[in-house]
Design a protein. Structure first.
Length: 437
């Protein structure tokens, strides 16, 4: 308690470790404490078993318009410059990433997107049936010859192990910053203000700081609300499961986004942990848990405002959209034994027409939870990540593509922390631009 930190960061996933790195490397904020409740970094959503391992850059994400795509691209460049500097094949693999259009409408959508995007994404190209046959043969094998098909492809696709990335951030930060303290197996229980300071209560005692940054996934909202911030938000945890399909795809194959659907369609890609296995997913299944497969976290979920009249009304309004309701029901069924696999097969066949029932295997214990925020004022889902900024404190909830934008979020938050701390603290924008922009 006598030890007062400049900043306490709660959560050692890719968001918290990226902030630890950026602060250590590009600011003179040195008295940093990182608290993580698990015994290592990135064991929740940033673990490679739990997310889709994609570095999104907006080019092939058909649910992003150009403006949003370019914003994500800027963040993707930072991530890619960092990982490229490591040249570690376990950390990332460069493969193609594509969005596949099936049928006349989707093919036309992709052709239009190509025209609008090509100036800003020179890596993108259109691949017709013949080209696809060479690039990704399993997409074309067994496909009806009359079916119009094409893909918008980038050879700058990255498969990233975000857990190794988190380890790399921490190891680099430690080399630069001898005052950095990282404590594992420490669970934050509550937070309060004492005068100007924050007191962070944990199961191993209390810690004091001038500023705090929560990068604790779903729990960030929980602690924000404890301090009275973001009380108009509720949390809708959306779990995503994956199926294994064997050695099928060489790169990342996404589908054109269903118009009006807030959740990404199922895609297929090689697993960075075993490149000869293709994963299909993630599914979309709301679950009353703060963290996937950790059933005790239901008690914390029940304390959040989705369990209230306003929350109930918001959820009903979201699910009254028939398209969303049908989608969610269908995705619930995918986790069921036997029938789930048969239904999921229908979802995967548009990507790999020759795949058989016996090829698919549900990955038990895999898949994380996307902490989607519900704005209770407008009774609607907020897409993308939500950051709540309070008096000298920041709270990040990070659904997809939170991992892709971790360094850009860290840059933004490091700047804020420097401002919170006052005139003795500086942010080295020039060096950051030189290294990562
Ligand atoms: C199915 C799925 C697919 C996805 N695919 C992609 C993708 O392809 N590309 C992409 O960019 N993003 C993807 N995402 C999103 C991405 O995984 C997350 O945005 C990212 O991992 C979030 O990182 P984080 O550090 O904020 O959270 P996490 O990795 O969840 O880390 C939060 C940390 O906080 C710790 N913590 C929580 N509470 C406490 C407490 N009280 N005390 C101490 N520590 C605490 C946890 O133990 C955990 O280590 C996907 C997510 C899911 C679920």
């Amino acid at each position: 308690m006598n030890n007062k930190f400049d900043v306490i960061i709660v959560g050692g996933g890719v968001t918290g470790t990226a902030l630890t790195y950026i602060l250590s490397r590009y600011t003179n904020v040195k008295r940093i404490l990182l608290l993580e409740k698990n015994s290592g970094v990135a064991e929740v959503n940033s673990h490679p078993m739990n997310n889709a391992q994609t570095s999104h850059d907006g080019g092939t994400e058909t649910n992003y318009d150009l403006e949003h795509a370019l914003h994500v691209k800027e963040a993707a460049v930072m991530l890619r410059r960092y990982i490229e500097s490591k040249a570690d094949p376990m950390l990332f693999q460069k493969r193609h990433r594509m969005v596949l259009g099936i049928g006349e409408n989707e093919v036309a959508t992709l052709k239009r997107r190509y025209e609008d995007f090509k100036k800003f994404y020179p890596d993108l190209f259109l691949a017709d049936r013949n080209k696809l046959c060479a690039i990704e043969p399993k997409i074309i094998e067994g496909r009806d010859l009359r079916e119009p098909v094409c893909a918008l492809v980038s050879n700058d696709g990255y498969i990233v192990n975000y857990q190794l990335l988190s380890q790399s951030f921490v190891s680099d930060a430690k080399k630069i910053n001898s005052e950095l303290e990282i404590l594992f197996n420490v669970t934050v229980k509550s937070i309060c203000r004492k005068g100007d300071d924050f007191v962070v209560e944990t199961d191993k005692g209390a810690f004091k700081s001038k500023t705090t940054a929560f990068a604790a996934g779903s729990y960030s909202l929980f602690f924000a609300q404890e301090l009275g911030y973001g009380t108009h938000y509720a949390l809708l945890p959306v779990a995503g499961s994956f199926y294994s399909g064997g050695a099928l795809l060489r790169g990342k194959v996404y589908r054109v986004q269903i118009p009006g659907m807030p959740f990404a369609a199922i895609h297929g890609d090689p697993d960075i942990l075993n490149l000869s296995d293709t994963r299909f997913g993630p599914t979309t299944k709301p679950l009353p848990l703060m963290e996937r497969h950790r059933y005790r976290t239901i008690f914390d979920f029940l304390k959040l405002p989705l369990i209230s009249l306003k929350g109930f009304v918001s959820l009903t309004k979201i699910l009254m959209n028939k398209q969303i309701l049908n989608y969610v029901i269908k995705h619930f069924l995918y986790d069921l034994p036997i029938i789930g696999r048969a239904l999921f097969l229908k979802e995967v066949r548009p990507i790999v027409p020759t795949i058989r029932y016996g090829d698919l295997k549900l990955r038990r214990g895999a898949g994380g939870i996307r902490p989607q925020i519900v704005d209770l004022r407008i009774k609607a889902l907020q897409m993308g990540d939500v950051t709540i900024v309070g008096d000298k404190c920041i709270f990040n909830t990070t659904p997809s593509p939170g991992a892709s934008v971790c360094l850009s979020n860290a840059k933004r938050d490091a700047r804020r922390i420097v401002e919170f701390l006052g005139k003795d603290f500086v942010f080295d924008q020039d060096n950051l631009n030189r290294d990562l922009s």
